[in-house]
Ligand binder design. Structure first.
Ligand SMILES: Nc1nc2c(c(=O)[nH]1)N[C@H]1C(S)=C(S)[C@@H](COP(=O)(O)O)O[C@H]1N2
Ligand SMILES: [Mo]
Length: 252
């Protein structure tokens, strides 16, 4: 009978879903980030848990070739020297005037050797160049080439302590955001100082921005100035992505 076929198919689908659910539940990270008790973030939790359960931790996103480069709009903050009306904006204006020679990236928190890296010091660490597709939450995508130091090398240099679980990032335009260590140590997660073969332009986050290829565009923080390694989940509260109604985890 026709209905039997339908029911069987339906049963198969339900069984399939149940087994995917079982797989996710079995491999669910033992402790989810604590803000995940929030009802509004339940979708986040599911995406986070599903990605972490189903994807190999360090599977790579697709990389393209030079012929695939597209035009790349700059969005959000495009020059903190103009738009940031605080001491940070003024400091950025001076750093920019000095071609970022006095710029430093502070790396501290749960690390053995806290340190402030100059741009030259970051450039001495092993570099990675990757051509990837950026996806903005507003609906556009663009392909760009990025050169920088894998965040893992920077974290190696400061020696993260064994209890460390997250890296909190701070920018000149006062964004705060964080990554878990799976994303932080991913080989394509880089602190980029170059774009399309040149220095990273001001509009795209100079002197250094994050490229976090396995998440949506807003997770790739521009104008990074400080990294804090933390044992605990910290999404930046109202300075974090939640102020825009954005998920902390937005894997793609
Ligand atoms: N510090 C900072 N980082 C940021 C933003 C920003 O406004 N400030 N915008 C985000 C968003 S929404 C996107 S899509 C990308 C845009 O990067 P682009 O300007 O290089 O295109 O940067 C992200 N990182
Ligand atoms: Mo975006």
């Amino acid at each position: 009978m026709k209905t039997t076929g339908l029911i069987t198919r339906r049963r198969a689908i339900v069984a399939g879903l149940a087994s995917i659910g079982g797989l996710v539940a079995a491999r669910m990270p033992r402790d989810l980030p604590p803000s995940y008790g929030n009802l509004l973030r339940m979708g986040d939790t599911l995406t986070y848990a599903t990605h972490r359960a189903l994807l190999p931790a360090h599977s790579l996103v697709r990389e393209y070739s030079l012929g695939d480069l597209t035009s790349f709009p700059a969005t959000g903050t495009t020059n903190p020297a103009v738009s940031v009306k605080s001491a940070l904006g003024e400091e950025y204006r001076k750093l920019q005037a000095g071609a970022f020679a006095d710029w430093r990236l502070v790396v501290e928190g749960r690390v053995a050797r806290p340190r402030a890296f100059s741009l030259a010091e970051l450039k001495q660490l092993p570099a990675r160049t990757q051509i990837t597709r950026h996806t903005c939450e507003e609906g556009w995508t663009a392909i760009g080439q990025w050169t920088g130091v894998p965040l893992s090398h920077v974290l190696d240099a400061v020696g993260i302590l064994p209890t460390a679980r997250f890296v909190v990032l701070h920018s000149v335009d006062d964004w705060v955001d964080s990554l878990d260590l799976i994303d932080a140590l991913h080989p394509q997660t880089i602190l980029a100082y170059g774009m399309n073969g040149g220095d990273l332009p001001i509009a795209h986050g100079a002197p250094v921005r994050l490229r976090l290829e396995r998440q949506i565009g807003y997770k790739s923080m521009k104008y990074v100035r400080r990294l804090v390694v933390s044992d605990e989940f910290d999404d930046g509260g109202m300075s974090g992505s939640i102020r825009n109604g954005w998920a902390w985890y937005n894997g793609i």
